[in-house]
Design a protein around this ligand. Sequence first.
Ligand code: IDP
Ligand code: MG
Length: 132
Amino acid sequence: MERTLLIIKPDATGRNLVGHIINRLEKARFTLVDMKLTRLTIDEARKFYAVHEGKPFLDSLTEYMSSGTVIPMVLEKENAIADLRKLIGATNPEQAECGTLRNEIGVDVQHNSVHASDSQESADVEIPFFFG
Ligand code: IDP
Ligand code: MG
């Protein structure tokens, strides 16, 4: 069994898509281990996205991620990290495969509805960030 972090981003909470996303996750046999509803400060968002320091989209991304409710959750499944990345699809919803979450509900490359840990190393940092 493996654990990963998913965050429902402000564009999705703002469009009342929380239940829909959780339904998709459960149908894909992810078990919900922990979850909370919160709002990030800009500084917290910047700390969470520290790997993107220096990227041109970081200021806009941290503003967006602190603009509304986010719902981080810990999900468990065999091969959870890779399987969740596959389920959410590519960063840009326009390039995300049909049937993926981002293809289905993502708005644009920034407002792409969900975050998911991209590796074991990321999950090991991102899970304690929200669920110390
Ligand atoms: P990921 O979420 O698919 O792992 P990353 O490259 O890690 O994608 O980028 C983190 C987040 O930053 C993306 O989910 C998206 O919200 C935002 N982002 C990434 N690239 C761009 C861009 O080119 N313009 C605007 N926002 C971006
Ligand atoms: Mg990433």
